[in-house]
Ligand binder design. Structure first.
Ligand code: NAG
Ligand code: NAG
Ligand code: NAG
Ligand code: NAG
Ligand code: NAG
Ligand code: NAG
Ligand code: NAG
Ligand code: NAG
Ligand code: NAG
Ligand code: NAG
Ligand code: NAG
Ligand code: NAG
Length: 655
């Protein structure tokens, strides 16, 4: 499906090149739409000049030898594999600090959410000493390429109390500060990875980066083109030599290595594309160790040896700053991320085995989660990007990998000879991971529904392109629901009932936020309440193609602004009760645990936003939602008008 879309895009590129009339048509169309619209400055006003390089210190360049994994002296306690029956000691210790730090922001957010007749302060005071009663919040940012990064960024900006005006009436600022976990997948992993790679700077400050001084989030220069500060030869030559060094050190490399290196120039703010920055270094960041930010988790799917399609029961691996591994009953184990590449066998360092560091380059982790986009590099030829020698080097790699392996990331298998009976990769030294969305579960819910993590509510930002018109229709959470019904795989996780995709469209569950699993007593296995927040048009038609790889800053900002409006329901203008209902969703499980009568304001919210079990599976018409907010001073086009204009323009140009 996704590949099919990709080839359609490729086809349209071809069309544009072969028949310039198409290019003119599309360009003039886009120009007409953009100029017709006025955008609210909410997210986009530059707040501060980002000049000082100290501001941008982040994570840290902990890899011993840049991109090349390197043998190091083993620590006094040798790294080893653990089973997944408990959280890591690191996470447990961290949670103790973090959960405590969420109480203040949670209290502020709930007070602002204005739940009539509910005394937030006395409620929080009563439960704050008992972690299992205190609402535990997770945020999940779906895949969907740059569209997902940008729509997700709008939501994060809305949830971040540091965004200007995000704590005024109708707003949700502080939800990020009150959250325990934030998970990202594919395009969503670019957002999560980029924020944590850059000292958790605000979306606002990232957007005010000056293109002349930094390539951070400068998406007009695609990953294929490279940053404006480097020539194609410098850019591609640098990447080729990074990847060659890794390969010559004896590690398998794939296109994902290039893809991850390329992404890093956009997502990690250093002039060398963060070549030595590791995902595990986030564990040492002051804001994380002090428990001042949610725990960032990135996920990818396992591809077993000899298989090409990724089934719905594929093992899901997570990367958190301390570990990589899975709670799935297949491999059911975690390895210390910092030491991936060490000679693990049967759960321990092999006899005379060495310790290795530097495999978990942060761009490589993001590239692994988004390996579907390796396909972008298949379009390369000598004339369009790299110089001939570099292009040759890449095509050699492609030949070695073979057509069937183009979307894989090669990881040394820390679970070699571990869990032989259930681990499908137990007999291979190579662990092949692919894009986290290839099992159709495009929202990274798996780490957040683990019973050990005790999450109460998940804000699920869905930027998938499920319909023909590239809006989400619930496909992703339908897949997660189906997986939760597989008794061989669910391993204690629960998930609420989710209706089919036609019902999503027919009942409008995908055109506004919807809550699933409101009634905890209707669940056979406990599950968090899911606040499903689908991408939809408020001020901009943000249903751009997953494989559009380049955006100018006007369009980038417009999509992020739209994402802000998606999360806040147009700043509360589309539904004034929305901030109250977000507060109720956060409290829902806690009300159950404390046997507190649900305040009537929340009863109203649940009537309005909870899916009530109704199903309407008839085939819906083409899904073309209109813009939800008409900004004053701007001529706003609905999707229908959009297509009408497109046709009219086409006709007038052809005549
Ligand atoms: C930015 O991109 C949009 C959409 O492709 C286009 O309409 C607009 O003219 C571009 N703006 C600038 C300043 O290049
Ligand atoms: C914040 O609100 C103030 C007062 O309503 C307004 O003047 C200002 O432009 C807003 N700032 C942003 C960035 O929206
Ligand atoms: C990271 O951000 C925090 C908060 O903005 C700031 O106080 C700190 O100095 C920054 N750290 C670095 C290393 O830039
Ligand atoms: C955001 O929340 C944090 C944690 O409660 C608080 O320390 C900080 O002052 C808040 N920032 C703003 C701008 O409200
Ligand atoms: C709180 O909600 C009540 C009732 O819905 C409303 O009358 C009041 O204006 C709201 N207050 C604020 C500060 O939003
Ligand atoms: C916390 O609340 C749970 C559920 O009510 C209860 O089982 C547990 O004993 C409480 N723990 C403490 C330390 O009060
Ligand atoms: C959002 O709400 C604030 C505070 O009520 C208001 O100043 C601002 O204009 C609103 N922004 C939009 C885009 O509606
Ligand atoms: C590279 O992958 C091949 C299988 O494709 C495997 O035989 C070989 O051992 C791997 N090399 C390393 C260093 O892991
Ligand atoms: C996934 O399903 C396939 C087909 O039913 C089966 O062969 C395979 O063993 C399953 N894998 C896991 C990990 O359960
Ligand atoms: C999860 O899977 C592991 C490994 O198969 C098993 O030991 C454990 O009991 C399972 N947990 C639950 C709750 O089913
Ligand atoms: C796992 O399989 C390997 C290879 O067959 C074997 O050497 C090893 O002893 C097995 N491990 C366990 C714990 O059975
Ligand atoms: C309640 O549970 C039943 C049985 O699992 C399910 O069919 C129904 O859709 C659920 N209702 C809601 C509102 O989730």
């Amino acid at each position: 499906m996704q590949r099919w879309r990709f080839f359609m895009l490729f086809l349209s590129y071809l069309l544009c090149f072969s028949f310039p009339i198409f290019a003119i048509l599309i360009a003039s169309l886009l120009a007409s739409i953009n100029s017709a619209r006025a955008f609210s400055p909410l997210v986009l006003d530059p707040v501060k000049e980002v000049g000082s390089s100290a501001f941008w210190k982040r994570a840290s360049p902990q890899a011993p030898n840049n991109y090349t994994p390197t043998v190091v002296e083993c620590p006094s306690t040798e790294p080893s594999i653990r089973n997944a029956s408990h959280l890591s000691q690191n996470e447990t210790n961290w949670l103790y600090i973090r959960r405590n730090n969420t109480i203040g922001p949670l209290r502020d957010l709930l007070v602002r959410s204005n739940i009539t007749g509910f005394d937030v302060n006395s409620y929080i005071n009563n439960i704050s000493s008992n972690g299992s009663l205190l609402p535990n919040i997770g945020i999940a940012v779906s895949g969907g390429g740059y569209r997902a990064l940008m729509n997700g960024a709008g939501a994060v900006a809305a949830f971040d109390n540091r965004t200007a005006n995000s704590t005024s009436k109708g707003q949700l600022g502080g939800l990020l500060q009150a959250s325990t976990y934030i998970a990202g997948l594919s395009g969503g992993s670019w957002l999560v990875g980029s924020l944590y790679a850059n000292n958790l700077s605000t979306i606002q400050s990232i957007l005010s980066t000056k293109p002349a001084t930094s390539s951070l989030w400068q998406f007009e220069n695609s990953v294929i083109k490279g940053p404006s500060t480097l020539s194609a030869t410098q850019y591609w030559g640098g990447m080729a030599s990074d990847v060659k060094d890794k390969s010559q050190a004896g590690y398998n490399t794939t296109i994902t290595d290039y893809w991850g290196r390329g992404l890093s120039y956009q997502l990690v703010n250093t002039s060398d594309g963060g070549v030595a920055y590791t995902y595990s270094s986030i564990a040492d960041d002051p804001y994380l160790t002090a428990g001042n930010a949610p725990l960032p988790i990135i996920i990818a799917d396992e591809r077993p040896p000899g298989q090409l399609l990724i089934p719905g029961n594929a093992t899901i691996f997570e990367f958190n700053p301390w570990e990589m591994g899975t709670f799935d009953p297949t491999t059911y184990a975690f390895a210390p991320l910092r030491y991936i590449g060490s000679d693990f066998s049967g759960g321990f360092l092999a006899v005379n085995g060495s310790c290795v560091r530097g495999y978990d380059n942060i761009g490589f982790v993001m590239g692994t989660s988004s390996s579907l986009f390796n396909q972008a590099f298949l379009m390369l030829n000598a004339s369009s990007g790299p110089s001939q020698p570099v292009a040759n080097a890449i095509s050699n790699i492609l030949e070695n990998i073979g057509e069937n392996n183009q979307d894989i990331a090669a990881w040394p298998n820390p679970f070699y000879h571990y869990a032989n009976d259930t681990n499908q990769n137990a007999q291979t030294t190579l662990l092949t991971l692919v894009d986290g969305g290839e099992d159709l579960q495009n929202i990274p819910l798996n780490p957040l529904i683990q019973p050990l993590r005790q999450v109460d509510v998940i804000f699920a930002i869905d930027s998938s392109a499920d319909t023909d018109t590239k809006w989400p229709n619930g496909t992703s959470i339908v897949a997660t629901y189906q997986r939760s019904q597989n008794s061989a795989l669910e391993n204690g996780t629960g998930f609420p009932s989710i209706p089919d995709q036609n019902t999503f469209v027919n009942l409008g569950l995908n055109s506004r936020p919807t809550f699933f699993g409101c009634n905890a007593s209707n669940l056979t296995t406990p599950s968090p309440l899911i606040v499903y927040i689908p991408n939809s048009p408020y001020t901009y038609l943000s249903n751009v193609s997953t494989f559009q790889l380049s955006y100018n800053n006007t369009e980038r900002n417009a999509i992020i602004q739209n994402g802000y409006d998606v999360a806040t329901m147009g700043n509360g203008t589309r539904d004034a009760q929305w901030p109250t209902c977000v507060g109720c969703a956060i409290l829902a499980r806690s009300f159950n645990h404390t046997r507190t009568a649900v305040p009537s304001a929340c009863v109203q919210c649940f009537q309005k936003f909870c899916w009530d079990g109704t199903v309407n599976s008839t085939m819906p018409a083409q899904y073309e939602p209109p813009l939800a907010v008409q900004r004053s001073g701007g001529v706003v086009l609905s999707a229908h008008v959009f297509f009408a204009v497109m046709v009219a323009l086409g006709v007038s140009l052809l005549l």
